[in-house]
Design a protein. Structure first.
Length: 298
């Protein structure tokens, strides 16, 4: 028997409120990003935010960014959720996380409340989210690059440099958006939404604990899961020291999540050839999206 809104037929008010709050926070950030892209506001962030709050109609300009990033997040989480529905796994609707970050959110998640029946279900649920989010981020990137422009580099300015994953470089080259010497690419906010989608995909596909990549790894080889998780934890430390301090935060996150993975209801059921193909596709997405240093300040 189906339930109309989730467990016990309750309307998902928390999910809805968080979704609306994240739409607002990403629209606010999108407005700031758009004003920076078009140089329509000053350099004082606090004053700019007050100006937007005094005149909320300005937030219309932030909608393209908000719609883009929310579509990527929604695609990722619905990939997980709908696959859970397919296998009859009890899962919540997505919880979005509004936050005062440079993109207005810390992502989204679903909560899975029942065990996975077998490793095939585990792998499919784990990989479905990254694939769906990645496929949504590609057209977003194309649109964002189309609106992006070249800007002259001023050595006196302080620049926040965003890493360029392989997938970004490929499309920038194909679209003639590789900047010449002495110039940089001023990325349109829609392109920034795609960039965040790639970063989110990378983090979720880390092969450890109960991240999406950890689900895939356990499904492929339960015996290797803990060992690879430990190796990744060690590898993130020099990455965090040499490239991006954020990797050190993820060391803490993984320690909190713990590195072990619960068994499925029947680990003995083998995977089929299709599942290995999906795992290779997931690995390819991870390689295309990975950035050793996502953010740096020059």
């Amino acid at each position: 028997m189906s339930q109309p809104y989730g467990r016990a037929g309750k309307f998902p008010w928390v999910n809805l409120v968080l979704f609306v709050a994240t739409c607002i926070s990403t629209t606010l950030v999108g407005t700031l990003l758009m004003s920076a892209f078009h140089h329509t506001m000053g350099d004082d962030l606090f004053i700019d935010v007050l100006e937007i709050l005094k005149n909320p109609t300005l937030m219309v300009s932030g909608l393209p960014f908000s719609i883009s990033i929310m579509a990527i997040l929604l695609a990722h989480e619905m990939g997980h959720y709908l696959t859970c529905v397919y296998y009859g796994i009890d899962a919540t609707l997505p919880y979005f996380i509004p936050a005062p970050t440079f993109v207005g959110t810390m992502g989204a998640f679903i909560k899975i409340r029942s065990p996975f029946q077998h490793r095939a279900a585990l792998l499919n649920v784990g990989v479905a989210g990254p694939i769906a989010g990645f496929m949504m981020a590609i057209p977003t990137l194309i649109l964002g690059l189309a609106y992006s422009r070249f800007a002259v580099i001023n050595p006196a300015d302080v620049w926040i440099t965003f890493g360029e994953p392989v997938i970004f470089r490929i499309f920038a080259y194909l679209m003639g958006k590789t900047p010449p010497d002495g110039m940089d690419l001023a990325l349109h906010p829609i392109g920034m939404a795609a960039w965040f989608g790639f970063l989110l995909t990378t983090l979720n596909l880390l092969p450890a604990a109960q991240l999406d990549g950890g689900h895939m790894l356990y499904a492929l080889s339960p015996a290797l899961h803990k060992r690879v998780s430990q190796m990744l934890l060690i590898a993130l430390i020099p990455l965090g020291i040499l490239y991006w301090n954020g990797w050190l935060l993820w060391v803490v996150v993984l320690l909190i999540l713990r590195l072990r993975h619960p068994m499925t209801m029947d680990d003995a059921i083998p995977l089929e050839r299709l599942h290995f193909g999906l795992a290779w596709f997931g690995l390819a997405i991870f390689i295309l999206c990975f950035m050793p240093s996502p953010i740096s300040i020059n």
